[in-house]
Design a binder for this molecule. Structure first.
Ligand code: 5GP
Length: 114
């Protein structure tokens, strides 16, 4: 069981900003920007590279949830902004094998990423 499943199951605490039947959004424990959220499906999809055709709706829901949460936090404007990141596999920087989208905001983000 991953750490994110334990957060979903309320076995360990997290600063939760949003929850619905398909996903949960909480603050990253080690923030890389002033705003660093994790958007996590309740279904255990290990990584986006292993998503199935039947996951199409939940994958879309994660992006729409990112947009909704960013709006709620005042980040969804032309002057503000945010970045969504999915780390996939070892070289991609994945540490937790439960699909999650990072939402980073609150500072000017560099490009290319490290
Ligand atoms: P990955 O490297 O897999 O894309 O991202 C995993 C993220 O999960 C990291 O940014 C890490 O800081 C975060 N994380 C790991 N353990 C915990 C935890 O127990 N609680 C929270 N809120 N975030 C965690």
């Amino acid at each position: 069981m991953t750490i994110f499943q334990k957060i979903i199951d309320r076995e360990i605490p997290a600063d939760i900003l949003h929850e619905d039947e398909r996903c949960i959004v909480f603050r990253d424990i080690s923030p890389q920007a002033p705003v660093h959220l994790l958007i996590v499906p309740k279904k255990l999809i290990p990584r986006v590279g292993e998503a199935l055709p039947e996951d199409e709706a939940v994958l879309g829901h994660l992006l729409l949830t990112a947009a909704a949460v960013s709006t709620r936090l005042g980040l969804n404007s032309s002057t503000e902004g945010f970045r969504l990141v999915i780390n996939n596999g070892r070289a991609g920087g994945e540490a937790v094998p439960h699909l999650h989208i990072h939402l980073l905001a609150g500072r000017q983000l560099g490009w290319p990423p490290g």
